[in-house]
Design a protein around this ligand. Sequence first.
Ligand code: NAD
Ligand code: DAU
Length: 335
Amino acid sequence: MRLLVCGGAGFIGSTFTRQRLLEHGDEVTVLDKLTYAGREENLQDLAEHGGLRFLRGAIEDPTAVAGAIEAGTPEAIVNFAAETHVDRSITAPDAFVSTHALGTYVLLEAARSHRLRYLQVSTDEVYGSIDVGAFTEDSPLRPSSPYSATKAGADLLVQSYVHTYGLSAVICRGSNNYGPYQYPEKLIPLMILNAMHGDRLPVYGDGMQVRNWIHSTDFASAIGHVLERGAKGEVYNAGGPDEQANVEVVKRIVELTGAAEAQIEHVADRPGHDRRYALSSDKLRALGWVPRVSFADGLEQTVAWYQVNRWWWEPIRAGEYREYYERQYGRSLHS
Ligand code: NAD
Ligand code: DAU
């Protein structure tokens, strides 16, 4: 297939791009704004691959989108482009509204006028929090944060284009991803790097919030599966095989890095913090998809990746991230 992958320089978008180029022989045009979270380094190992084209541009810019379609002549658009950190959506929601609402609209219009298949990458957070059981695709949307509310809005817009214009669109909602190339504002890489540097490990509230962890290669393969086999207008959940409370995740990272448990510090809770996410993936499993990486193995591999790939995170920890960390946590990082 020839694909336009929006947000393909981010954590999951680059994983998906790698998988499609190397395992499926696709041609991929990446369109990415390169926000603080988007990095060409994430695609560095693919730079010489003849099937990859990289274009810098924003999804809310119709000229950039038209140029990417002209350059790549895609059969489908896969949209990962998003602002993705809940804490940033609480302190500065504006970019979340413009990227998720306007950006998704511009891409949908492009898909409509060129008659392209369209896949929207979405999140379990659109369903809100669940104490017991698991969300299905029919669960109501009850988002809690500006991040999840704007993602839910984008999903509704996608569905309106199916209903009104007959667009061949599908939505894939994933649970919490982890793995190589994840920007260290997120729980797992933040804790790995802080553990390695002797920094405090800031657990929000009591740390008993539960997340349904999925390795990024498994979510990428779920998206490929939905792209190839999903029925027009349908939503497919892709949840990971394991659930774990945050404080247990942090304690395991302490063990794997040889850090000290005394580094763990309970800090003020996130406002509006969702207690638990859990996704039923029965609908996607019925199409033949299975997650392959257990959380125990995946976490160990992820810690090892951050330990070895200093080239990747050293510039991040030396840059804007330090200021973000001070604003968010009220303390500075060790070097
Ligand atoms: P990320 O923050 O690592 O990457 C986002 C990418 O989008 C970056 O490369 C960034 O430069 C790009 N981008 C942002 N705004 C853009 C714009 N306006 N135009 C073009 N490019 C833009 O995010 P991620 O964790 O890889 O998430 C990718 C997608 O998967 C998002 O849609 C997110 O909502 C969804 N998702 C993430 C998770 C998770 O746990 N990380 C789970 C489920 C779903
Ligand atoms: O569920 C899917 C979502 O997972 C994605 O849609 C989002 O893009 C992604 O960021 C992620 O959202 P979360 O808010 O669940 O992930 P985060 O890594 O920010 O936090 C995971 C849990 O860890 C959450 O309960 C908050 C907690 N946490 C996080 C940070 C950064 C802490 O206790 N301390 C921290 O410093």
